[in-house]
Design a protein. Sequence first.
Length: 216
Amino acid sequence: MSRAGPSRSTRIVVLAEDTLTAQGVETHLTADDRVEVLPPDTDETPDVVLAITGEPTERIFASLQRFSRDDPADTPRLILVADQPTAEQLVRVAGLGLVAFMPRERTTLADITETLCAVTRGAASLPQSVLGSLLEQLRTGRSTDGSAGQEGEQAFTAREITVLRQLAAGLSTTEIAAALHYSERTVKYIIHEVIARHGLRNRVHAVAYALRQGLL
């Protein structure tokens, strides 16, 4: 399960509003020898942070911010299990490493394990409704100053903008490759270059960044 290789367990921190939920999830994950559960007050940097909450509160955001790093590569991947976060809350968690969202009322312990495995392999899992809400908030909240868009255009190549627009529409890398007549490897390389060059955390953050520049 570990993104660092099969020899090391995936280190995870569980953040929850109540002790019962936290202990139940931690006990479930501890039984999996592929996972190492770290305490919420750890000084180590986990691979993944799992946040479970009815609604993301300032307390949750403060806890998540503590694990955020200046270097996106060092920031843990974030899995959010919540009821119905607002668009504004989604924007905030997108900048803190969000790669997966799970609706709390329908999420089981087995679902958490499955998503954790997928995230560890580098996958992301954001429902289209959540992604759409996030993108709409970014569109309506971005600056209307034309200079921002001009700076953004200089920061991205035409090919990168085309790929990011496809990502914003909810297409997978396979679908983007087919639509643009690229190889899937090329699409992944383009996305990686955007993320690395601008110091972004993941694909969602890349789309958010481009939206703020007025490009999408």
